[in-house]
Design a binder for this molecule. Sequence first.
Ligand code: GLV
Ligand code: GLV
Length: 323
Amino acid sequence: MSKIVVTRRIPKQALELLKENGEVFLWDREEEPIPHEVLLEEIKEAAGVFTNVGDRIDKELFDHAPNLKVVSTMAVGYDNIDVREAAKRGIAVGHTPGILTETTADLTFALLMATARRVVEGSDYVRQGRWKSWGPMLLTGQDIFGATIGIIGMGRIGEGVARRASGFNMNILYHNRSRRREIEESLNAAYSTLEELLSKSDFVVLLAPGNTQTRHIIGKEELKLMKPSSVFINASRGTNVDERALYEALKNEEIWAAGLDVFEEEPVSAEHPLLTLPNVTVLPHIGSASIATRTKMAVTAAQNLVAGIMGKELPFQVKINEN
Ligand code: GLV
Ligand code: GLV
């Protein structure tokens, strides 16, 4: 039987599928990542590796894995995997697009609303016993209904967020590599240059994939274009934002607030500069984290992996020329 390395505890439906098809090494921890030396040792004989956004799957790992046929990530994004190097070596890469679209759009909208209306700050305020009386301007935030939202990256998740925004009667602007005319019609979304989107939006929502073209797509210059009342949301990849520039913009009140589900380096510690600011709402990269969706993602990733060790086309294979 082929050896399969699983780098984290996964839902049992997915694990059972893998066990029926190979000899599984499981790093059976809920939150603690597999130490790199353990991974390099276990990967030696492996035909497949079941991974997640927290593992770095690079040339060094491939050098240790002469029998590796497939890398399967339980995620839509695969910026943690050197896909070109995998392609050169004939290693298939699988991911889980489509499945997590609505769940991630829900979380993105939740983060937008929580940040605009200071939901987490308000909750802390009550829990800390600071609530002494009703105050006319206590914890006042920004309106969402009828505001302008600018979505950077109109992929499946961007479109899901646009649909939700449309229910809130928002004006929708978007910026994307290619125009999406069907969305312009169905959701009344207006294609904009990045500059125009930044200067007009009350909410700037970043949903572009993480790659070399999108690295620091939001930096000092872009933040300067945003309104002082604007709210910035990132539910894509931390590397898409220059965090130092974001920190400065928030601290100097060049923008009003930010809601972040992702960071340049994850996990972040409680001492991270952005966490010292009251106008930042943070989450630990949980965009796709509903019970049903995470279970489906794990099963799909297991199906990709099983196909890969059998030398078949994966149900959801990353096509290298798409990058
Ligand atoms: C999570 O961030 C994913 O890419 O699925
Ligand atoms: C991911 O599913 C995206 O295309 O946004």
